[in-house]
Design a protein around this ligand. Structure first.
Ligand SMILES: O=C(O)CCC(=O)C(=O)O
Ligand SMILES: [Fe+2]
Length: 345
């Protein structure tokens, strides 16, 4: 835990599809090692054609190139369930100056009258699709393919934690797993800006594709290590929920995007479990020296963290229109940020 790693391991997950138990166990072992020692890894052997990534990239370029007024037609603050366009400065992490980034957020696309969209499931509902020919098809195809990789990877992580590979199967029927299209504009004159401030991701794990370097991860010695894109690989990182399930054995590694040297796009899919899933440390990770950490409820955690970082929700909080769940965690409660609060991030 908290190791001084200097590089990010690569795991070929094709063995998770194998009929042979030893192939699956080998990959699970590699996932466990990467999750314990680093919390970040490159994943190959996922089977998603590069064309899907290129498709979403082309559409992201077209979407963000539109005038601000057109993007604001699908502003996230107009959605009842947190979907749509996130302008620069809307999302602010703990202690950070405003990020230089804009985003488009979507998730599992449900009709408003879908039974899963019941009271309290504030993050479930319809996407706000922009009026751009081909956008919805390309983005949905990327979402579906990446989600399928996440489902496979979850089987591997379940095994990596010592559980049966289907351990999470019954809490995966309608998870609020968000995909973000992020655009980091390049401004040669800007000084002291970060693309995205230091944070951990809130879910089980994240699968990310980016167009250029910029992503940095914090090691156990407080140093920032580069995680540039590797052709054909997803960058995968452990989120808060895997950290809790393993009682800290797997690390929700803090990361950020430094000021970019060229225009940059990235597409993280935050892989979550069903909204009401209770996340508690698995008994095998609890010992007298390492007592059980506090648990949480998946959807509630996502929403609580979101409320503390999005300006439109902070305003609603301030006006008493919404309230933080009682068990809400403060920002920076996980990963190395929690352990090294003194580190300047
Ligand atoms: O753009 C990136 O490479 C990272 C984005 C990220 O960390 C996030 O959206 O949570
Ligand atoms: Fe992140």
């Amino acid at each position: 835990m908290g190791t001084g790693f200097t590089s990010i391991p690569l795991v070929d997950i094709s063995g998770l599809r194998s009929e042979r138990a030893e192939d699956r166990a080998r990959v699970a072992g590699e996932l466990a090692r990467a999750a314990r020692e680093v919390g970040f890894l490159y994943v190959t052997g996922h089977g998603v054609p590069e064309a899907l990534f290129e498709g979403v990239r082309a559409m992201a370029e077209r979407f963000f190139a539109q005038p601000l007024e057109a993007k604001m037609d699908v502003y996230i603050g107009r959605s009842t369930n947190h979907r749509g366009y996130v302008p620069e400065g809307e999302e602010v992490f703990q202690g950070a100056s405003k990020d230089r980034k804009e985003a488009y957020d979507l998730s599992i696309d449900l009709a408003p009258d879908d039974p899963a969209c019941r009271d309290g499931h504030v993050l479930l509902g319809p996407n706000q699709w922009p009026d751009l020919p081909g956008f919805r098809e390309a983005v949905q195809a990327y979402y579906d393919a990446t989600f399928a990789v996440g489902r496979l990877l979850l089987r591997g992580f379940a095994q990596a934690m010592g559980e049966a590979s289907d351990h999470f199967e019954d809490v995966l029927s309608c998870p609020p797993s968000q995909l973000r299209l992020i655009h980091y504009p390049h401004d040669p004159l800007a000084v002291d800006v970060v693309g995205i401030g230091a944070h951990t991701d809130y879910e089980m794990f994240t699968l990310l594709h980016a167009t250029s370097p910029g992503l940095e991860v914090l090691n156990g010695e407080g140093q920032w290590i580069d995680a540039p894109p590797v052709p054909g690989a997803y960058v995968v990182n452990v989120g808060d929920m895997l950290e809790i399930l393993t009682n800290g054995a797997f690390v929700a590694t803090s990361h950020r995007v430094r000021k970019v040297s060229a225009e940059r796009y990235s597409f993280p899919l935050f892989f979550c479990l069903d909204h009401d899933t209770r996340i508690e440390p698995l008994p095998r990770f609890v010992t007298p020296e390492n007592p059980a950490r506090a648990g949480l409820v998946a959807g509630e955690h996502l929403y609580a963290q979101t409320m503390q970082t999005f300006t439109y929700l902070k305003e609603r909080l301030a006006h008493g229109q919404i309230t933080l769940p009682e068990a809400a965690r403060a920002l920076s409660s996980f990963g190395q940020e929690a352990r090294y609060k003194a580190v300047s991030v």
